[in-house]
Each structure stands twice: as C-alpha cells, then as structure tokens.
Ligand binder design. Structure first.
Ligand code: ATP
Length: 401
C-alpha cells in the first residue's frame, strides 16, 4: 500500500468537560484526491479536520503527513500549516486585516516573502478567486460569498499542497455555492489535494472521488461516493438521505428499467442512460443544437451581446473565475455558472444553442470534453468557435463540426 499524504490513525479527542468528539478514528487522504468527510451535525468532522493541520492535538493516536507523525513545536506547525491550508467554515474567523489586500497578504508576509513576491502572491490569489478590484475594500463589508473567497485567497496566497475546507458552502446562496465548488474543482484539477467536510450529500456525491462517512465521533464507511451513498442503512445510521440522482437510479435499477452499471454522477449521464434503455445504442437525438465557444480574453462584450440579441444563442454559461468576471463586468446575464459543459450539451441535444465563455487552458478542455462525449455517446456535437484563437491547438483531437 502506498503512503497516504495525510493520515489519522486511531485518533481520539474530547473537548473539556464534553463527551468524546472523536473515538478511534482512522482515515487516509491520498495525494491528488478529492475527499469529502460527510456526516450530520456534531459527527466530529471539524474536529478531525483541525487535527489534520495541527490546530488540535489528539489525546491518543497519531496524525501523519507524508508518512511522518506531526511534530507540535511552533516551527513544525508553521511549516505544516503552510503546506496544509485550512479554510474555516465561518470566514469572519479567518479574516483579520482592514482591507482585502492586507488580509490576503497576511500569510505570505508571515512566511517572510519579500515585498515583490507578496504583491505577486496577493495578485495571483485574488485573480484566482475572481476578486481583482476588491483590494482596498474592507472585508467585513463584503457579502458572505465574497468573504469566503477572500478567506480562500488568503490560504491560496501561501500556495499549500493540500486544501482543507470546513463546510465550504455553508451559509452561501446556490449561485455562490456553485462558484465555490467550481473553484474547488479548478484547484483539484491543478493537482492539489482537496479535502472538504459537509453534510450535503448531493454536493459530496457530485464532487468527491472518495467519501468518508462519519457519525458520533467515528467512521461508519469510506469508499467511492456511489458505493457509500447506495447503502441506505448506513445513511440512516448517519441521519442522512441519499443523493436524489443516485436514489432514483437505484430504484430504476431495482425495477429493471435500466441496466446496472456505474451509477451516473450527472443529469446528462443519467438521461443518456435512460434514453439508451428506451432506444438501444442508437441515440434518438443527434445534437442538433450548437455549442459556441469563446475566450473571454479575446472577445468583446459587444460581440457576446450580439450573439444573444440576435438569437444565435439561447443560453450562456461561463467557466472559471476570469470568464465570470468578464460576464459581470460586461453585464452579460449567465444561465450557467457550474457544470456548464454538461448543461450546454443537454441543450444541444434538444436542439438549442448555447455559448460557453471561458479562458486559457479551459478552452482546450471544453473541446476535449465535448469530443469525448461525442465519441462515447455516438452523437455528433458541433463546437463553433467565436472570436479569436479558440480552436484547439493543431495536433490535438478536434471536435466534428
Ligand atoms: N470548542 C468546543 N468545545 C466543546 N465541545 C465542542 C467544541 N467543538 C465541538 N465540540 C463538540 O464536539 C463534537 C464534534 O463536533 P464537530 O464540530 O467536530 O462536529 P461536525 O461534524 O463538524 O459538526 P457540524 O457539521 O455541526 O459542524 C460535538 O458534540 C460538539 O458539540
């Protein structure tokens, strides 16, 4: 067995004058994984997360990082917390400075980075979370979602390898939650290890590649989300409900309406499976709608508005913080801010046109993902580049027009 990046072995802990918060918990977090600690209120998720970056010390048992037990002297803890960043549930706990810029600079300054490097780290981190232009604003006057992003930027500015989020979407409205989840996806696809705690099974099912189910200070189960969340007894023991998509899929499978296979993670996968069950492998629809694609760095707001106003596109989605910033600045109303590619494919399948606005490497990602979908599903979907330089680089797999 390979050494996990982070590990808790038989860890126990009780707060003062309280019953045990953790009782013999063992978990392994693999490098590069997207792990969700799932459990009801009071299960011990936050306590475990606080242990994984050394903020709490187990009463018994051991926490290891890269195979070595944590040391709790100041220097070792500082080093650990730089490498394992922690975003608190409540951003007010984390935000300490009078302006956004100073707050995000706090970590890099404490790490002793020279002023130029601090400025660059702050700029990069604010760009990543889509808060450029907010530098001089007092964080305590921002909305909940913006504060959350300031807190995330403060951690990103220290460039940690592992990101730990305690309830990343709590107290956020659906749109802000989706933005934060997209940010977590971006961070994970950039190679970071991301660990979140949540009692939102829908979020965990859709997002995580590994789930640890907790209840009353113990681990009830761990594994792939589709396995853990298919066990109704386990979920009932944890006072949770199964994700709606998986529940529906399992019921259709029990009634033999669809063939058992890998459970679908998205509405697109699910509807494709149902369609296949009804019509066999020849798809009933061939994707007559178009997916237009533009690079926010290379297109003007007027060009995008023209596509919408002339009725060329009926739906607009933005992927990534820079694209969303562009849409915000240009007052372009977004229909989709999360799961954008899937939603545009769904629209293309019913003959409607959409536009995806994105930037940088994500342009190629869109081409690749739609190319893969076309190959897997046997449907021909067209991606139409608009604006400049949005075609895949020569030599890359292209999408049939
Ligand atoms: N500072 C504290 N002092 C005393 N008891 C605490 C403290 N923090 C947590 N606890 C207790 O420890 C247990 C585990 O709490 P913890 O916050 O780790 O659970 P959780 O799964 O993160 O819950 P939630 O989803 O509500 O955040 C609970 O019984 C809680 O009451």
């Amino acid at each position: 067995m390979t050494t996990p990046l982070l590990e808790a072995e038989n860890v126990a802990y009780a707060y003062q004058n309280s019953p045990p918060a953790l009782a013999g918990v063992s978990v392994r977090i693999e490098a590069g994984s997207k792990t969700a600690l799932v459990g009801p209120n009071g299960a011990g998720k936050s306590t475990l997360l606080l242990m994984l970056n050394g903020m709490l010390r187990p009463a018994s048992g051991v926490i290891r990082f890269e195979g070595r037990p944590l040391a709790y002297d100041n220097r070792s803890l500082r080093d650990l917390r730089r490498r394992v960043g922690f975003v608190f549930q409540n951003p007010d706990v984390q935000i300490v400075a009078p302006t956004v810029e100073q707050d995000v600079a706090f970590g890099p300054v404490n790490l002793g980075l020279p002023p130029d490097a601090v400025r660059q780290a702050v700029r990069d981190a604010l760009g990543y979370v889509g808060l450029r232009g907010y530098e001089k604003r007092p964080p305590h006057h921002l909305s909940g979602g913006e504060k959350k992003r300031v807190a995330i930027a403060g951690i990103l500015a220290m460039q940690p390898e592992v990101l730990v989020f305690d309830e990343p979407t709590s107290a956020l409205d659906p749109a802000s939650s989706e933005e934060v989840m997209e940010l977590l996806d971006e961070l994970a696809s950039g190679g970071r290890t991301v660990l979140v705690s949540t009692h939102d099974v829908e979020l965990a099912y859709r997002w995580a590649d590994s789930v640890i189910l907790m209840e009353r200070g113990g681990v009830l189960a761990r594994g792939a989300p589709e396995e853990v969340f298919s066990d109704h007894n386990l979920l009932a023991a944890a006072r949770l409900k199964p994700p709606a998509l998986l529940d529906l899929y399992n019921e259709l499978d029990l009634r033999r309406v669809i063939d058992r296979g890998v459970p679908p993670k998205s509405v697109l996968e699910f509807t494709d499976r149902i369609e296949r069950a009804m019509h066999g492998n020849t798809p009933a629809r061939n994707g007559t709608g178009r997916i237009y694609l533009c690079n926010a760095d290379l297109i003007t707001g007027d060009e995008v508005r023209a596509l919408v106003e002339h009725g060329t596109v009926e739906h607009v989605g933005a992927m990534g913080t820079r694209a969303k910033e562009f849409a915000n600045r240009e007052r372009i109303l977004l229909d989709y801010t999360y799961g954008v590619i899937d939603k545009c494919i769904l629209k293309a399948l019913i003959g409607e046109n959409s536009l995806i606005i994105t930037t940088g490497g994500m342009v190629e990602h869109v081409h690749r993902r739609i190319g893969e979908y076309s190959a897997e599903s046997g449907r021909t979907l067209a991606v139409t580049p608009v604006g400049e330089a949005v075609s895949p680089r020569p030599g890359r797999e292209s999408v049939p027009e």
